[in-house]
Design a protein around this ligand. Structure first.
Ligand SMILES: [Zn+2]
Length: 228
């Protein structure tokens, strides 16, 4: 299925049992990936609103166990990012306090000068703080219930130049068919023109990179020999 997650059409029947749906439930899924050193370095929390019938929805919310904010924050704080965050944050507070005190003593020029480190350290602390909160959010994704476990979707699998796409799977065959019908225009076909187009562009880009690298390699080799 191609297109951003919020543009996916869910047919108005229950995702779990295909009965007519009366409500929607917000489902969060966590995807994390990274390299061999930090396998969970990057994470993404994807959110979808799915249709559910009254019976399935009430079962879902009965089993649903949200994770309290502190239980999310704590594991996120136990990383080295926290230490990285503390210094710019304290510096930001310090200069912020200085700037304010100069301002109230009507020393506006000095206060203005103080704003430079305030903004600088504020930005650094802001970026690091945002990362901490993102981490905390990734620890806050609740476990599936027996209802919300009825479907899965993959993280965005697009390759370069392709539209975003994900693979969906549903336990209920009736819902799966209705889902395909509702999203006919967005089904990903690896033999489609868009796929071929993206593939061609990738080859061209690779060709350009190689073409750009060749003179550099030749120049390095020539320099190596000419130098002696
Ligand atoms: Zn249902």
């Amino acid at each position: 299925m191609t297109g951003p997650l919020h543009q996916i059409n869910f047919p108005p029947i229950c995702i779990n049992c295909a009965a007519s749906s009366s409500q929607t439930a917000r489902i969060e899924r966590l995807f994390s990936w990274g390299d061999e050193h930090e396998p969970d370095e990057i994470s993404e929390v994807a959110v979808v609103n799915v249709p559910m019938c009254a019976a399935c929805a009430s079962r879902h919310w009965q089993e649903f166990k949200p994770i309290p904010f502190l239980d999310r924050l704590w594991p996120a704080l136990k990383t080295e990012r926290t230490i990285a965050f503390i210094f710019p944050f304290l510096t930001f507070l310090f200069f912020g306090w200085k700037a304010l005190s100069f301002f109230f003593r009507a020393k506006f020029i000095t206060a203005l000068g103080m704003m430079i480190p305030v903004v600088l350290f504020g930005l650094i602390a802001g970026v690091l703080g945002k990362q901490l909160l993102d981490r905390a959010q990734s620890y806050g994704v609740p476990a599936n219930t027996s209802v919300s476990g009825c479907f899965t979707f993959s993280r965005d699998r697009k390759k370069l130049f392709e539209p975003p796409r994900r693979r969906f799977r549903f336990r209920n065959a009736g819902f799966a068919e209705a889902f395909i019908d509702a999203n006919r225009g967005n089904l990903w076909d690896p033999r489609s023109a868009a796929a071929a187009n993206a593939s061609t562009k990738r080859v061209v880009l690779l060709g350009l990179l190689i073409a750009a690298a060749i003179p550099f390699v030749l120049w390095s080799v020539w320099k190596e020999f000419a130098g002696n």
